[in-house]
Write a protein that binds this ligand. Structure first.
Ligand SMILES: [Mn+2]
Length: 239
């Protein structure tokens, strides 16, 4: 049987970070995202910058927006804070265009970390340019040493999609972000928080987004696999 095709929206690795002998940028997806989709029963492909975004989106059954750079604060009408890290406007605009086209074509969407933040901005939400700009900051959100292990707990709203996938209201997650959602975009609901009130998950119609990195935890255990299974199963039923 043909597997649901999941479009991974390409991330940009600009030169010289790309370390390319050809002095060029790279468009890429971390293998952990690919492997998570494969383990969930999907067939991952890369959505690349193109003038025919509509054509590319029509090739896939669902989309995954992955982790990556900060997003240019001008896209949510804020001045750049000195705490904001590197952003690339062309990458932001490409990924936003893919999101809007995916919505037009009614494709299910999973967003992870930058993807979660991008989708919130696409729907009119805003970000804290660094989580330490929040008033309450008891939780450390940038714990790179535990990239595949839980470093803080999240509290999940009962009755949410995330609750049905995890089967409980408290789950340990990894945390490798320094920005976080401030105001929530139109049509989205907050479905998970940390104990100090930082937003960790959003849901809308056929949209699920998380601030943590389930793709990295999937390499160690199946606990986070249901998030990817949700996307693959939704993508099956949308055809
Ligand atoms: Mn976190």
């Amino acid at each position: 049987m043909k597997k649901p095709v999941i479009g991974l929206v390409a991330a940009l690795l600009p030169y010289p970070e790309s370390d390319s002998a050809f002095h060029c940028d790279r468009q890429y997806a971390n293998d952990t995202y690919c492997q998570s989709i494969v383990r969930a029963g999907g067939n991952p492909i890369l959505i690349l910058p193109t003038e025919d975004i509509s054509g590319s989106v029509s090739l896939v059954d669902g989309l995954l927006f992955m982790g990556g750079h900060d997003i240019d604060p001008s896209l949510y009408n804020e001045e750049r804070s000195e705490l904001c890290k590197k952003s690339v406007l062309s990458e932001d605009r490409f990924q936003l265009d893919v999101f809007y086209e995916a919505q037009r074509q009614k494709k299910p969407i999973l967003g992870i970390c930058r993807g979660h933040q991008l989708i919130n901005i696409a729907l009119g939400g805003t970000l804290y340019q660094d989580y330490r700009l929040r008033k309450e900051t008891e939780v450390d959100h940038l714990v790179e040493s535990q990239y595949d292990l839980a470093s803080h707990e999240i509290i999940i709203r009962e009755g949410s999609t995330l609750h049905s996938l995890m089967g409980r209201t408290k789950v340990g997650v990894n945390s490798l972000h320094h920005q976080t959602v401030k105001t929530v975009g139109k049509g989205l609901e907050v479905t998970a928080w940390t104990e100090d009130g930082s937003i960790e998950a959003l849901e809308g119609k056929d949209i699920l987004t998380v601030q943590f990195h389930p793709e990295s935890m999937v390499a160690r255990s199946d606990e986070m696999l249901p998030l990817f299974t949700w996307l693959v199963e939704k993508s099956t039923s949308s055809r």
